[in-house]
Write a protein that binds this ligand. Structure first.
Ligand SMILES: [Zn+2]
Ligand SMILES: [Zn+2]
Ligand SMILES: [Zn+2]
Ligand SMILES: [Zn+2]
Ligand SMILES: [Zn+2]
Ligand SMILES: [Zn+2]
Length: 440
């Protein structure tokens, strides 16, 4: 090497700029031997010395050695690339490890890990065969002889199920219940089956095992048919299994229990409330809303008071305003006995009212009815008249005419206090007794 050549002088200057010293020739034209700033001697490419892209290999090895010793390991030599080195681990196994990983610590010996996994597999009656694509999985031979990839944690916990054996089992259970297992379902809890009827459906294997399933397609077909038979149209699902949405014969859409449709035992709520509204109007009332009980509704009565009335009573006009009634009970009233005759039917009617004639019009009797007042006794208050009336009814309640016998004539009310003609003398005697008790 010519120390006085312009090239060498240039190399000396470039080395000095990096705090290094040119010592001599390298193993080829591109490298030279230098003493680095740390004092170590090293071959460095002249271009790298110019640009500063080099490190002291000796210092680096010392650092890696120290880092390995700090982890109880020993640096043995180079690894697969610049980032890896071969180390001797505390357990005695040799392993390539990333230098940064060694610096951080927490090194795990993969040989020891495989040994452990092998032992864990043995405990479960399995055999470790090799690695899997997923580093958390290994390939094992299961006790049944089938090979399968299993999560190492599942193997340790003994939570291993052979998928092939499971499939065989599900297939057999399906066959026992007239089904064919077709494949996986929406999640691990479901499978797709072909049912006896030929339709395909997702089912939980447990319900197949128990035979506790039905074909939704067949059920829908059946419900469709049942709906058609009752003039309805099945529209869709309802709030629960027992319900579906239907278009009713009237055209309204409503949720109905499937059983009710089958039996034809359903009512359109819209039509029904329309009907109740109309029935109320016919009685001079107005439907305001629902009642506390199912067969009650809130109405505005002709007098202007609001009251809950049974829908059937509203239809027949069989209601009294409790507020008006209360006031009328403190006003003068009459206890009366009527003889009513419609063609060949005749009966007696006992009651009390401020005005007997007015009361009669509220029975809704047919026009042909002949009404004769047999007796009418005045009282100072409705309360007194009512007390006497109630007492008589109580004593003769077994003699009263059943409601069904007079309901036909009493279309609007008063059918609960009627007696047969044979009771005439008995009732007259009651009126006679009144006169003696309280002469007026
Ligand atoms: Zn050095
Ligand atoms: Zn080891
Ligand atoms: Zn198996
Ligand atoms: Zn089916
Ligand atoms: Zn309707
Ligand atoms: Zn009123």
């Amino acid at each position: 090497m010519d120390w006085n050549s312009p090239t060498t002088r240039k190399h000396i200057k470039e080395a000095e700029a990096r705090g290094c010293k040119l010592l001599g020739a390298g193993q080829n034209r591109a490298t030279r031997l230098y003493r680095l700033t740390c004092g170590h001697e090293q071959l460095v490419a002249t271009a790298k010395m110019r640009q500063g892209g080099f490190r002291c290999q000796t210092c680096m090895a010392e650092k890696l050695n120290q880092e390995a010793e700090a982890q109880g390991c020993k640096l043995l030599g180079p690894g697969r690339d610049a980032n890896y080195r071969l180390y001797l681990l505390p357990c005695g196994h040799e392993q390539e490890i990333h230098t940064a990983g060694m610096r951080k610590g927490g090194i795990r010996c993969s040989s020891c890990l495989e040994d452990r996994l092998r032992r864990e597999a043995q405990v479960q009656g399995c055999k470790l065969l090799g690695s899997a694509d997923n580093p958390r999985y290994r390939k094992y031979q299961l006790p049944c002889g089938h090979e399968q990839e299993v999560h190492t944690y599942a193997m340790r916990e003994g939570a291993v199920q052979c998928k092939i054996c499971l499939y065989d089992k599900l297939e057999q259970e399906a066959a026992e219940n007239g089904c064919v297992l077709l494949g996986p379902g929406k999640d691990t809890n479901y499978r797709v089956y072909r049912l006896r009827c030929g339709h395909e459906q997702e089912l939980a294997p447990t319900s197949v095992r128990k035979g506790s399933f039905r074909c939704h397609t067949c059920l829908d077909n059946k419900l469709n048919q049942e709906a058609k038979e009752k003039g309805c149209e099945l529209l869709g699902r309802g709030r629960s299994k027992a319900y579906r949405y239907y278009r009713l014969p009237c055209g309204h859409e409503q949720e109905v229990q499937t059983g009710d449709v089958r039996r034809g035992d359903f009512d359109c709520k819209v039509c029904r409330s329309e009907k109740l509204k109309q029935e109320a109007e016919e009685q001079g009332c107005k439907l305001l809303g629902s009642g506390k009980k199912n067969n009650y509704r809130l109405y505005r009565l002709p007098c202007g008071h609001d009251q809950e009335v049974q829908t059937g009573d509203m239809r027949r006009g069989n209601f009294l305003c409790q507020i008006c009634e209360e006031t009328s009970r403190s006003l003068p009233s009459n206890l009366y006995l009527l003889h009513i005759k419609v063609d060949s039917d005749e009966w007696l009617k006992l009651g009390y009212a401020k005005s007997v004639d007015n009361r009669v019009t509220r029975y809704g009797l047919p026009e042909a009815a002949l009404v004769k007042v047999v007796k009418s006794v005045p009282f100072e208050t409705g309360n007194e008249a009512h007390a006497i009336e109630a007492d008589i009814h109580k004593r003769y309640r077994r003699k009263r005419l059943p409601r069904e016998q007079v309901e036909f004539f009493h279309t609007r009310g008063g059918f609960d206090e009627c007696y047969p003609i044979t009771m005439l003398e008995t009732l007259l005697a009651e009126f006679e007794a009144l006169k003696q008790d309280q002469p007026r």
